[in-house]
Design a protein around this ligand. Structure first.
Ligand code: AMP
Length: 578
């Protein structure tokens, strides 16, 4: 059976792992690193770059570089490049495609099955979008699991004693905190809370704003309109932030950042950890609310939590660790690698599904309450937040006016009792209700959430048996046809990319042969030099053309001649034939 890979599709970096001999192992990318920047870039000649290469050129090509796309998953945001519009799913699929290709190169086999992680606090639309991104990339997404759950799996797989742990996950763009109950063969999520729009990017933004303000105050120059300078400042801000996790002070040094009438202007600003902590305190503080919420929902006290795992790159910020320590009264556990444990946990889940890892039951929960709108803007809750998945619940509703022949089912997610304050997941109509007095028809509404956290809602008229249902997708999401089209385009791109790489390798080969031929020609007798002249000319002629098959034949012929000629070089008495 082919392997199932576990993918941590991160805001900033992504990581892939698989199960080797029952143990999760991180896959090294084609650039030789254990994580891949979640960055996609488009060159001016239509080529696509993903990962390290894309990140490296971000400064000089910022308008055509896409990062932190995870923040837009499930929304109707679009990336516009060269007149083409890409959904967040399509951009994420480009990252996933690269991870898939790297995994295949590493494992030496085709990989299709995958478990992909999402933040626990991702909404239904965001989960669906992530699944679609996997499909577009040519992956069979066997399961979507929550990142903290994956981290707990990676941590707890060989721990025997039952224990309650907290996972504090602060990544590049999302934050969530989960409380889990781990026993020998069951990992149960008791509660989860978070914020989908809080992460390392926000800390970077604070530092960026500080640097820009400081620069404006000292030079009078406003950098905000200069895209290239801003990209450099943003990168330097992130670097400074990371350095301040280990050092008490750092200097941002950006020579030739901009120009004015008096000449080039450089940035040199010293930033202390104290200043950084002061600027970002509100961000750290804002993670404490969800922490409290999750603890309350789990019914536990801080003293009952035996360990707190710190996950996500931003959990390395000392002020973050301090705040968690203060809140729980215990030192955060540092024994897991925050960059890799999520992918490893996803691989374990994949291993459980293929039977490579001993049976282990994962009981996850839904992060937000779900229900429908009823008369008077009232939110009728069918599923409470933190209900264990999979779950199915039904409730009977009726009509609000007499002779009503249709009802609209407005599906919502959220915690407010007022429907309008919650988030719309979708709407659908159930028609053909028999005319009768209000309150008489019986409409059974059923919510089903599968183990991926994906919601399906149906409504049935118990009188006629008429039934309508929707799998929740929101306006930002793609229809199955769009996903299929994008999948075809992605597969086509992969083929073209392979061809482009093969063409470029062939041209490199042609260059090398031309160089070899020209160097050799001077050393050969005139007659022998004449023998390589024709194939050499041919390769030169075809090298920049559009016929790779012909160029390859010509290269083969020239190489053969050169091999003979090599032998003849220095031994002119042995004439080569052909
Ligand atoms: P993730 O999405 O889990 O890969 O987290 C990436 C985020 O973590 C980015 O915002 C990084 O800048 C941030 N990060 C990585 N290492 C550190 C560090 N040592 N200190 C502070 N932030 C970090």
């Amino acid at each position: 059976m082919s392997k199932t890979i576990g993918i941590d599709l991160g805001t900033t970096n992504s990581c892939v792992a698989y199960i080797e001999g029952g143990e999760p192992t991180v896959i090294v990318s084609s650039d030789g690193s254990r994580t891949t920047p979640s960055v996609v870039a488009f060159s001016k000649n239509g080529e696509r770059m993903v990962g390290q290469v894309a990140k490296r050129q971000a400064i000089t090509n910022s308008a055509r570089t896409v990062s932190s796309i995870k923040r837009q998953m499930g929304s109707d945001y679009r990336v516009q490049i060269d007149g083409k519009s890409y959904t967040p799913q399509e951009i994420s699929a480009m990252i996933l495609q690269k991870l898939k290709t790297d995994a295949e190169a590493f494992l030496g086999e085709t990989v299709t099955d995958a478990v992909i992680t999402v933040p626990a606090y991702f909404t239904d639309a965001q989960r669906q979008a992530t699944k679609d991104a996997g499909t577009i990339a040519g992956l069979n997404v066997k399961r979507i699991i929550n990142e903290p759950t994956a981290a707990a799996l990676a941590y707890g797989i060989d721990k025997e004693a039952p224990q309650k742990i907290m996972v504090y996950d602060l990544g590049g763009g999302t934050f969530d905190v989960s409380i889990l109950d781990i026993s020998a063969d069951v990992v149960e999520v008791l509660a989860t809370a978070g914020n989908n729009h809080l992460g390392g990017d926000d800390f970077d933004q604070c530092v960026t704003d500080y640097l820009v303000d400081h620069f404006r105050a000292s030079t009078g120059i406003d950098l905000t309109g200069d895209a290239v300078a801003m990209q450099r400042v943003r990168e330097a801000a992130e670097k400074a932030k990371i350095e301040l996790s280990g050092l008490m002070t750092t200097t941002v040094n950006l020579p030739f950042l901009t120009m004015d009438a008096s000449g080039p202007k450089h940035m040199e600003i010293t930033l202390t950890r104290a200043k950084f902590d002061e600027m970002t305190r509100y961000l750290v503080d804002s993670t404490m609310g969800p922490l409290q919420q999750a603890l309350k929902d789990s019914g536990l006290t801080a003293a009952q939590i035996s360990k707190v795992l710190m996950v996500g790159g931003s959990s390395r910020i000392p002020a973050v660790q301090e705040a968690v320590k203060r809140f729980l009264g215990k030192e955060p556990f540092k024994g897991v690698n925050p960059d890799e444990c999520v992918a490893m946990g996803a691989a374990i889940q994949g291993g459980v599904m293929t039977g490579d890892v001993k049976s282990l039951v994962l009981l996850d929960v839904t992060p937000m309450s779900l229900g429908v709108e009823t008369v008077g803007n009232v939110f009728a809750k069918l599923i409470d937040r933190n209900t264990t998945l999979p779950v199915e619940k039904s409730q009977i509703f009726t009509t609000a006016s007499s002779f009503q022949t249709a009802v609209e089912i407005h599906v919502l997610q959220g915690e407010s009792e007022m429907a309008s304050r919650n988030r719309t997941l979708g709407r659908f109509r159930l028609e053909g209700i028999r005319r009768s007095m209000r309150g008489k028809p019986q409409i059974e509404v059923t919510f089903a959430i599968d183990s991926n956290g994906i919601v399906n809602v149906s409504a049935k008229d118990l009188d006629t048996g008429n039934r309508q249902q929707i799998v929740i997708t929101n306006s930002g999401n793609m229809s199955p046809e769009d996903v299929e089209r994008a999948q075809r385009e992605a597969a086509q791109y992969l083929l073209e990319d392979k061809r482009r790489k093969a063409d470029s390798a062939l041209r490199d080969r042609a260059d090398a042969l031309i160089f070899r031929g020209e160097s050799l020609a001077g050393k050969l007798s005139r007659e022998d030099a004449g023998r390589i002249e024709k194939p050499l000319k041919e390769v030169k002629k075809l090298k920049d053309g559009k016929n790779p098959a012909k160029l390859k034949d010509a290269c083969d012929r020239l190489e053969e001649m050169l091999n003979y000629a090599d032998k003849a070089d220095g031994a002119y008495d042995t004439k080569f034939t052909k």
